[in-house]
Structure formats: structure tokens, C-alpha cells
Design a protein around this ligand. Structure first.
Ligand SMILES: [Zn+2]
Ligand SMILES: [Zn+2]
Length: 314
């Protein structure tokens, strides 16, 4: 049987971006006060300070995302001009909904990922009580074409399970599940899927590792999950694939390619998400370094720390 490899591209962003208020004006509290850290003016300066810590992307390897898809990338200035979706007004909470059965280690991965998302996007995150994923209608089920196991259609989870429970204050509602997901009949499986206008998404832990096996396996699974959660939530705030730097927003065709990409956002993508969520970049880097220290992610901690230090200098 000919099968197509599942790719992170299959995190199909179904709908057009929701219209959002594009605030690019710099707010000052007094005539001579410095610009707010999350203003475009301050973020342009922050980009220059952390730029030396980041690597430009090299040429793609055979089979890599950019070997398959030609994409233009997206600068900070293009993002600002693009009327991006951003957490606005009362819609500022990221909800995490565990769905189905989890092992104790998978439960910890979801909890730690929720904490990371809060620090990464400078938003409050609420983890809901786990909900079952038992009574799935036959139309939303199939046997996996590559293993014969049970797969659930991601669109069903988003629109029939998550959407009816979307809180009014949600910037996004993200389901985490241990079941294997598929987007449609053309794909073997999918890591996740998001619907921008409905503000719902679902990610699967199924392919991301076996966190109960050992301490190292737990750390690898956690790192995979952090990267995919940050990447996909970034898409929900209109951040497109990065093609300039090594960056968490790089498109990826496989978990092996994901492993070569960093957990951190590049300078331009950092500026996008700090502007979108009103984050102080230095404080954000410090909070992310603290998270990585807690979880033994040593290399990632070092880069976040160096970035925070770079922004302390005048
Ligand atoms: Zn993507
Ligand atoms: Zn980037």
C-alpha cells in the first residue's frame, strides 16, 4: 500500500484568520517615558540584542519541510501589517483539555506543557478536568493504515467535543489526547489540527514518545510536546512558518526534523508573540529559563538565560 507520511503540515489551519484589531501604535504613559517592552519600537530593539544568539537556517536536507514546500517566511514587520489574530480583551485564557486515558507520565507531560505554554505566550493557562473520549461515532473512527490501531478523526474532536465547551474568555481551547488522530483519508496520521476561527485545536501524544519508559524517554517526550504545542499555538496567533532562522516555528516533516529545531523562537518570531500577548521579552526569557531548569532541559535553559541577559544590557 502506498501511504503518505504524516507531516506537521497536516496541522491543517482550516479557516482564514479571524479579523483582529491591529494595534501598532506605541503607547507611552508620559511624554519622556520609554516605550512599553511589548511595543513594536522596543521589540525591534530587542530583536537586534538577541539576534547574535540565533542561527540562520542552512539549506534543507532531502525530505525536510523546505525541501518539499517553498514558503516565503514572515518578518516581524509583515506580521504587524497582517492584522493577526491575538489574545484580545476578555479572550486571554489558554484552556488545556485532557481527553481520554493517560498514563501517569503522560499526565505530567500535559501538566508541564500547560505551564510552558503559559510562560511562552504570557497568558494564563487553565488545565481542565480530564474528559472521556469513549463514545466516538463510527464516522469519526478508522483503523490506522500503518498499524491497524484505532484512530479518531481530529475534526470530530475539535467541532463535536471541544467546540461546545469553549469558554467565552478562551484565547484558545487545546485538547491533548493519547489517542492516534487522523485528519482525512489522505494521511496516515496527524500530530494535531487547529481551527483558527473556532479557537479550538487538538494535539496527540501518540507519536511523541513513551514517557513512562525511562527518565530520558520522559524528557524527550516532554521536549517534543513542548515544541509542537508552542509551534501550533503560535499558528493560532497567526505566526507563520519561519524560514530565516532555526526556530520553533520552522515547518517540519517528521519528528526527526523537529528534533533538529530549537525550542526557542527566533528573534523575529519572539517579537511577534511578545507583541501579540503584550509580553516583556526579558521577563519571558527568564520565566522560560526557570522552566527549563526545573525539567533538566540544560541546553534550552542556557539559551533562554543568555537571551534574558542580552536584554538587560542598555
Ligand atoms: Zn506549522
Ligand atoms: Zn522564527
Amino acid at each position: 500500500m502506498t501511504t503518505r507520511a504524516a507531516t506537521l503540515s497536516a496541522l491543517v489551519l482550516i479557516a482564514a484568520l479571524a479579523a483582529a484589531d491591529c494595534r501598532t501604535a506605541t503607547r507611552r504613559t508620559a511624554p519622556n517615558a520609554p516605550p512599553a517592552p511589548s511595543s513594536p519600537e522596543a521589540l525591534r530593539a530587542a530583536i537586534e540584542k538577541v539576534r547574535p544568539l540565533h542561527k540562520l537556517m542552512g539549506p534543507p536536507q532531502p525530505g525536510d519541510w523546505l525541501d518539499t514546500f517553498k514558503e516565503p517566511g514572515q518578518t516581524f514587520e509583515e506580521y504587524l501589517k497582517g492584522n493577526p489574530t491575538r489574545p484580545e480583551g476578555a479572550r486571554r485564557v489558554l484552556y488545556v483539555q485532557p481527553l481520554g486515558h493517560f498514563t501517569p507520565a503522560q499526565t505530567r507531560v500535559v501538566e508541564f506543557t500547560a505551564d510552558f505554554l503559559s510562560r511562552f505566550f504570557n497568558l494564563p493557562v487553565r488545565v481542565r478536568e480530564p474528559a472521556p473520549l469513549d463514545h466516538v461515532p463510527p464516522a469519526a473512527l478508522r483503523k490506522s493504515p500503518i498499524g491497524g490501531g484505532r484512530q479518531v478523526k481530529a475534526g470530530y474532536v475539535m467541532m463535536e467535543v471541544l467546540k461546545p465547551t469553549l469558554p467565552t474568555d478562551a484565547a484558545a481551547l487545546i485538547g491533548f489526547t493519547s489517542v492516534d488522530l487522523f485528519p482525512d483519508e489522505t494521511m496516515n496520521y496527524v500530530f494535531g489540527q487547529a481551527n483558527l476561527t473556532e479557537r479550538v485545536g487538538v494535539w496527540s501524544l501518540y507519536w511523541l514518545g513513551r514517557p513512562d519508559a525511562s527518565g530520558d524517554d520522559f524528557k524527550f517526550t516532554l521536549l517534543h510536546t513542548l515544541k509542537i504545542a508552542a509551534h501550533e499555538t503560535g499558528h493560532m496567533f497567526s505566526i507563520q512558518h519561519c524560514t530565516k532562522y532555526e526556530c520553533v516555528m520552522n515547518g517540519t516533516n517528521s519528528l526527526q526534523e523537529t528534533d533538529r529545531h530549537p525550542l526557542d523562537a527566533c528573534p523575529e518570531c519572539m517579537a511577534k508573540l511578545c507583541w501579540a500577548a503584550g509580553a516583556d521579552p526579558r521577563e519571558r526569557y527568564a520565566r522560560l529559563a526557570d522552566f527549563c531548569a526545573q525539567h533538566g532541559l540544560t541546553a534550552e535553559q542556557r539559551l533562554f538565560q543568555e537571551s534574558a541577559r542580552a536584554l538587560e544590557k542598555n
